[in-house]
Design a binder for this molecule. Structure first.
Ligand SMILES: C[C@H](O)[C@H](O)[C@@H](O)[C@@H](O)C(=O)O
Ligand SMILES: [Mg+2]
Length: 393
């Protein structure tokens, strides 16, 4: 029998890591990227100006009675730490780590009156990921072994960043570009978006996947026109064009998109119920849950099975080892996302740098399953990173 859970602890960390939008000046990820806030000129140049990095990283540690510690990092910072310490910890302490189904159910329904999506489910996800890390460490197995094992020898990655042309040279299977101009910048902005795509198509050749990530910034008409103009340059998919709440808009966009162009979304959706809505309303061709935001591994297993039954691909939003251990085990997750966190998107660096020791990165756009062969998620917290525990219980 496994040792019981002794204590759950929540810490916050600033500066990159799981809150990967929390970067320094001059980073591509904060350079005039279209957002729903871009209709306000004062918030158009920088997403940090309206607070995209306000939360910071949540670190969850779960210590067993034998001293083994599982941990995970996600986005959530101090408010998520409060929820973990003051609310969620009671559903774990004294329990067996194998009770992850009952623990998840109690965390979700115990917070349903104020949670269901967003920050609360980020906190639940962080706890769930730490629990799976603990299970792997106690059983001396990588998490992907606990999920059914690898269905392929290696992961292949597309790269998200401002330089798909450089990503091609690094061996990635595609490049997802941030969309820089939204409806507030009118036809001129739309033309600039298409010009950027045309430039990258010219540099990358005809066969390299190119995608736009629209980060919830558009309306249905703009997204439809962008998609049809982008068709001429072989855009593979248009991602998260609309508000996550606009299921009706996504259903219309999927119908209006050019034949062969994929419509994708889901990184800001949560739980099996949210993804059921996306799939039953036929909103998209690929769902992109973030395992650190959608409810964790326990919930993503349910989401993925639902998608598999409908022939929908699950390509998790990039979340480092937490998505790699999942993707390698799922037939309907044929490739993965890698976010280029180097400021100029010109080199591969660990996605959650500097928070994780031994964080694996793709080599030539690939990562062998055997690179994940360490207990749990196979990473440790970098001791050089200062943890702050704002609340106790
Ligand atoms: C590049 C996008 O604007 C986001 O920053 C990115 O985190 C996310 O949307 C993604 O799909 O990687
Ligand atoms: Mg995205």
């Amino acid at each position: 029998m496994l040792p019981k859970i002794k204590q759950v602890r929540a810490y916050v960390v600033r500066g990159g890591g799981a809150d990967y939008h929390d970067q320094g000046d001059g980073h591509w990820i904060d350079d005039h990227i279209a957002t729903p806030m871009a209709k306000y000129p004062e918030y158009r140049q920088s997403r940090q100006s309206f607070g995209i990095n306000v939360l910071g990283t949540l670190v969850v540690e779960i210590e067993a009675t034998d001293g083994t510690v599982g941990f995970a990092v996600t986005t959530g910072g101090e408010p998520a730490a409060y929820i973990v310490e003051k609310h969620l910890a009671r559903f774990l302490e004294g329990r067996s780590p194998t009770d992850y189904e009952k623990i998840w159910d109690q965390m979700y329904f115990g917070t349903q009156y104020y949670g269901r999506k967003g920050l609360v489910v980020n906190a639940i996800s962080g706890v769930d990921l730490a629990l799976w890390d603990l299970l792997g460490k106690l059983r001396q197995e990588p998490v992907y072994h606990l999920l059914g094992g690898a269905v392929r020898d290696e992961l292949s990655f597309y790269a998200t960043g401002a330089r798909p042309d450089l990503a091609k040279g690094m061996g990635f299977i595609g490049g997802k570009m941030p969309l820089h101009h939204g409806p507030a910048e009118g036809e001129e902005g739309l033309a600039k978006n298409i010009a950027e795509l045309a430039t990258m198509r010219e540099r990358c050749g005809d066969d390299f996947w190119l995608m736009f990530d629209c980060w919830m910034a558009l309306d249905l008409n703009y997204a439809t026109r962008l998609a049809h103009k982008a068709k001429d340059y072989g855009l593979k998919w248009i991602e998260e064009a609309l508000s996550p709440d606009d299921y009706w808009g996504y259903a219309a966009l999927k119908k209006a998109a050019p034949a062969g162009m994929l419509v994708t979304t889901g990184e800001h959706e949560a739980t099996r119920w949210g993804f059921r809505m996306l799939m039953e309303m036929e909103c998209c061709d690929i769902i992109q849950p973030d395992v650190g935001w959608c409810g964790g591994v326990t919930e993503l297993l349910k989401i993925s099975a639902m998608a598999d039954s409908r022939g929908v691909m699950v390509i998790p939003h990039g979340s480092s080892v937490y998505s790699y251990h999942f993707v390698i085990t799922r037939h309907n997750s044929p490739f993965a996302e890698f976010l280029m966190m180097a400021p100029k998107a010109d080199q591969v660096q660990p996605m959650f740098h500097p928070q994780l020791l031994d964080e694996p990165v793709p080599v030539n756009g690939r990562l062998k399953a055997t690179a994940l062969d360490k207990p749990g998620f196979g990473v440790e917290l970098n001791p050089a990173v200062t943890l702050h525990r704002p609340y106790t219980h």
